[in-house]
Design a protein around this ligand. Structure first.
Ligand SMILES: Cc1cc2nc3c(=O)[nH]c(=O)nc-3n(C[C@H](O)[C@H](O)[C@H](O)COP(=O)(O)OP(=O)(O)OC[C@H]3O[C@@H](n4cnc5c(N)ncnc54)[C@H](O)[C@@H]3O)c2cc1C
Length: 363
């Protein structure tokens, strides 16, 4: 017997898609749920609240401090607090309400309606790639390179440092054409670097950065930040989260978009399963929904490109202007309201502002 839907990857995007589906659904993931963290796991507190996952929260941050070469800018986040969370608890919480079957295997590829995995082939009707930047079914280079010359790349470690605010460094002395972060968790901080120009040699600058506080580097993890919002389809395949380039440029925030677009994609696929949409109409609905979000991606991409090209003093000046009262009160609510994650038990296409296209219903 085949599956109605097969999803590759069980992290933020894959679990968000699965949370909306009923029917015969298979999720294929190589690792036990929540065991393979690649992220610093900082996200708006509202995400954990909406998903009912407050027990995964390790710390709440109400201040953001941006360090440039010449200044230190403090942003009050008390109206839009962020949190850091425990990846394992968060993913397991997301998986809790999911009725899909989870198979621990690695997806190797696809041959028509057959998904090939390290534990054999599985037949399916609809396929979703939520395998992160690897985009295992879509092939990463094919998916991103037409629109993004360089993929941002980052690594991080956990170090025993105290603090209760989110810290960002846009300082070429720390890393040229990139940024650093310092996010508090309960026992230490997650400290990392990301290069906007696909520089993979980040361990030496990370060591120098940690040396500022005399901190050792522990184990590191990391990966790419595909942030361009290309077409979220590859043939008949749905792409969600990092595999669809849905991470936000400039800040590298990808958890919130992965869950938001994942919930929308799952809600659309459920309409296909219930016969209200043809598969083709479902793909069109998803593509046009994602396409409506280009504006913020373009704006952040523009800011990221400025950061890469401009001298550090000018970047610092522009950051100070952007974080000044009048600009910030325009930018911050729009940035934080973007990709508002929904309560997974009450997701409806209407909540995403999606109407089923006319003449889209199946026979
Ligand atoms: C160092 C770093 C720090 C970051 N920090 C933050 C942060 O603090 N906040 C934030 O919002 N974003 C952050 N991001 C970005 C964020 O991690 C991603 O945007 C987000 O994880 C995307 O979710 P996803 O579900 O699409 O992909 P992922 O979380 O990458 O999940 C992909 C899943 O697919 C599975 N998979 C991989 N290959 C296969 C295969 N062959 N077969 C089956 N399954 C497979 C993986 O095991 C994994 O479970 C960070 C990224 C990096 C690199």
């Amino acid at each position: 017997m085949g599956y109605d839907v097969i999803i590759a990857g069980a992290s933020f995007a894959g679990l968000a898609v699965a949370s909306q589906l009923r029917g015969r659904v298979l999720v294929v993931e190589p690792y036990p749920i929540g065991e393979h963290q690649t992220s610093a796991c900082a996200t708006p507190l509202s995400v954990a609240e909406q998903l009912g996952l407050m027990d995964s929260v390790l710390g709440v941050q109400r201040r953001l401090v941006i360090h440039t070469r010449t200044s230190k800018i403090v942003v009050d986040l008390s109206g839009h607090p962020y949190c850091t969370f425990d990846y394992k608890k968060f993913c397991r919480g997301m998986a809790h309400g999911v009725s899909a079957e989870i198979l621990h295997a690695r997806v190797l590829g696809r041959e028509g309606k057959r998904l090939v995995t390290t534990r054999g082939p599985f037949e399916g009707e609809l396929f979703v790639d939520a395998s992160g930047w690897r985009a295992v079914l879509a092939e990463r280079k094919a998916a991103f390179l037409p629109c993004q010359r360089f993929l941002s790349f980052g690594i991080e470690t956990v170090a025993p440092k105290a603090g209760d605010e989110l810290g960002f460094w846009f300082d070429p002395e720390v890393l040229p054409r990139g940024f650093a972060w310092d996010f508090p968790i309960d026992l230490g901080n997650r400290i990392g670097l990301a290069s906007y120009v696909e520089n993979h040699r980040l361990k030496p600058p990370l060591d120098l950065f940690l040396n500022r506080w005399g901190l050792p580097r522990g184990e590191t993890h990391g990966g790419y930040f595909p942030a361009m919002l290309p077409r979220p389809l590859s043939g008949d395949l749905f792409l969600v989260g990092d595999s669809a380039g849905q991470c936000l440029p400039l800040t590298g925030e990808g958890i919130r978009p992965a869950i938001y677009f994942g919930q929308a994609c799952g809600a659309i696929i459920q309409r296909v399963l219930s016969g209200e949409l043809t598969p083709e109409a479902g793909r069109q609905a998803y593509e046009s929904f994602v396409g409506r979000h280009q504006r913020l991606y373009r704006a952040l991409r523009f800011a990221q490109n400025l950061g890469v090209r401009l001298p550090a003093t000018l970047t610092a000046f522009l950051l100070a202007v952007a974080c000044a009262g009048p600009f910030l009160s325009y930018i911050l609510p729009r940035y934080t309201a973007f990709a508002g994650v929904k309560n997974p038990h009450a997701c409806d296409l209407g909540l995403f502002g999606i109407n089923a296209p006319r003449d889209s219903t199946g026979p």
